[in-house]
Ligand binder design. Structure first.
Ligand code: PLP
Length: 230
């Protein structure tokens, strides 16, 4: 089932790229495996998945040693500062940087482990009160503050769009994030790249790809419904 689902999602991404005149190679599919057992991740791995997304530090620590080393782990959930030390040398990207304090902690822990961590800034484009993430106007000031941190590399922006029945309802939020990244890119800030746009989930990834996503985070569409919401 997972193999077929992966194939279908990849097809849908290709189709969205075709509609938008984009090269499918520009879009990385992150298989969001939170709450799912290692056996299911192995199945996805065997079907070609190499990027996995998790939103809990504990789950990354549990799963990481049980799976092949060429997997790239993406931390996509809210990250508590006291837990950064457990994953800073295990993840290939943190998508959820949304405060100076968190960035400072990542910098300190990355320095201790002698690694440089690729990060995205999480933006609450839709301004939902229930969601983490920076307001649009706070993104550039934070980037300017952390650009020179030697153990962090800002690579782009991430957003979690609202849960909607109709994916079209989120198109404008994806557009806004794309525009923000283009505006920041134009400032040519040293050590800062805006090459990654992490947006789009099971319900809306095709629209996100049409609007410029370079990473889509798909969970349910690959692994099926989760037993509990988180
Ligand atoms: C759970 C989660 C996803 C995947 O959600 P689906 O709707 O199951 O595809 C994507 N991004 C984040 C940040 C998540 O927490």
């Amino acid at each position: 089932m997972i193999t077929e689902n992966l194939e279908q999602v990849r097809k849908n991404i290709d189709e969205a790229c075709r509609m938008a005149g984009r090269d499918p190679k520009e879009v990385t599919l992150i298989a969001v495996s939170k709450t799912k057992p290692v056996s299911m991740l192995k199945e996805a791995y065997d079907a070609g998945a190499r990027c996995f997304g998790e939103n809990k530090v504990q789950e990354i620590m549990d799963k990481h040693p049980q799976l092949p080393e060429d997997i790239q782990w993406h931390m996509i959930g809210h990250l508590q500062r006291n837990k950064v030390k457990y994953i800073v040398d295990k993840v290939s990207m943190i998508h959820s940087v949304d405060s100076l304090r968190l960035a400072q902690t990542i910098e300190q822990e990355a320095a201790k482990h002698n690694v440089c961590v690729p990060v995205l800034l999480e933006v609450n484009v839709a301004q939902e009160e229930s969601k983490f993430g920076l307001k649009m106007d706070k993104v550039l000031p934070l980037i300017e503050t952390i650009a020179d941190f030697p153990h962090i590399k800002v690579q782009g922006l991430m957003t979690i769009a609202p849960y909607v029945e109709n994916a079209e309802d989120n198109r404008d939020f994806f557009r806004q994030l794309k525009k923000l990244s283009v505006d920041i890119e134009a400032k040519n800030i040293n050590n800062v790249s805006m090459s990654v746009l992490s947006m789009g989930m099971t319900g809306d990834y095709q629209v996100a790809v049409q609007e410029g996503a370079t990473m889509v985070r798909v969970g349910t569409g690959i692994f099926g419904e989760r037993n509990y919401v988180r």
